[in-house]
Design a protein around this ligand. Structure first.
Ligand SMILES: O=P(O)(O)OC[C@@H](O)CO
Ligand SMILES: [Mg+2]
Length: 245
C-alpha cells in the first residue's frame, strides 16, 4: 500500500464513490460478455483492453473495443452495444456488492454506513447510464439510499465520460454546500480512467484496483489499496472507525 502525501490529505470533508468494480461486482459481467463476443472472431479479451474500457461511458468503451480488437470492419460500436445489451440485461439484476479481496466478511458497505453515520456527505459518480444503474442497484436500494446524490453517465452535465472530470465536478456541485473545494474531496475508484478523471477534477483519489490490472496503472492515484478495509479515515481527516475490524 503506497501512501504519498497530497495537499488535501487530512482535510477531507466530502467523499465521492465510483460504482462498478468498486461498490458493485459488475465489471465481471462486462468482461464475460466481451469475452463471448470476441470469441466469435477467434480473439481473446485481455486485461490491457479491459483497462482501456472500464469506467468509461458505454459508447466510448464500445469504440475502444471494436477499434483495439481489430473487428470494427465486421462489428460497429453501435452493433456491439446492441449485442452486449441482450446479455447484460440478464446479468445486471444479479449484481452483488463487491466482495472484499481479503475475503473478510465485511464489504464496501461498512465504509459507506460509517461515513453516513458520521454525517460526512457522500455520493456516487458513475459512468453507467440510468437504465443500467437501475438494474444493477435494484437489490441494494437501502445502501444506495445513503448517498446524497448520484451522477450517472447519461447526466446532461456529463458531456464527456471519464477520464474527463465532468462527472466528478457535477457530483461536487450537487452537494448541499457545493461546489466543494476539490482538495477537500476524496474519490474512491477502481478504473484507470476514473483515477485520471478524479485528478483532472483536482481531487484526491484512493484506487482499489483489480489485481489483474497492470501495475503501471497505479502511478496516478494518491493511495492504492488492495481492500477498502485497509482505508483509515483518520489519515484523511475523516472520523475513525470505532470498531477494531
Ligand atoms: O464509472 P463506473 O461506476 O465504474 O461505471 C463504468 C461502467 O459502466 C463500465 O466500466
Ligand atoms: Mg469503476
Amino acid at each position: 500500500m503506497s501512501t504519498p502525501a497530497t495537499a488535501g490529505r487530512g482535510s477531507i470533508t466530502h467523499v465521492i464513490f465510483d460504482m462498478d468494480g468498486l461498490l458493485l461486482d459488475t465489471e465481471k459481467f462486462y468482461t464475460e460478455v466481451q469475452e463471448i463476443i470476441l470469441a466469435r472472431f477467434n480473439k481473446t479479451f485481455d486485461w490491457s483492453l479491459k483497462a482501456k474500457m472500464m469506467g468509461r461511458k458505454a459508447i466510448e468503451a464500445a469504440r475502444i473495443f471494436v477499434d483495439e480488437s481489430g473487428i470494427s470492419d465486421s462489428l460497429s460500436a453501435e452493433d456491439f452495444l446492441v449485442e452486449r445489451e441482450a446479455m447484460l440485461q440478464e446479468l445486471f439484476p444479479t449484481s452483488e456488492l463487491m466482495p472484499d479481496r481479503k475475503a473478510l466478511p465485511l464489504r464496501a458497505s461498512r465504509l459507506i454506513k460509517h461515513l453516513h453515520a458520521k454525517n460526512i456527505p457522500i455520493c456516487i459518480a458513475t459512468g453507467t447510464h440510468t437504465r443500467h444503474f437501475d438494474l444493477k442497484t435494484q437489490r441494494h436500494k437501502e445502501l444506495f439510499s445513503l448517498m446524497h446524490h448520484v451522477v450517472r453517465g447519461d447526466d446532461p452535465e456529463v458531456k464527456q465520460g471519464k477520464p474527463a472530470p465532468d462527472g466528478f465536478l457535477a457530483a461536487s456541485r450537487r452537494f448541499k454546500d457545493g461546489p466543494v473545494d476539490p482538495q477537500k474531496v476524496l474519490v474512491f475508484e477502481d478504473a484507470p480512467s476514473g483515477v485520471l478523471a478524479a485528478k483532472n477534477a483536482g481531487m484526491n483519489v484512493v484506487m482499489v484496483p483489480d489485481p489483474r490490472l497492470d501495475i503501471s496503472h497505479q502511478d496516478v492515484a494518491d493511495q492504492i489499496m488492495t481492500s477498502l478495509l485497509d482505508f483509515k479515515p483518520e489519515e484523511w481527516g475523516l472520523p475513525p472507525f470505532e470498531d477494531s475490524n
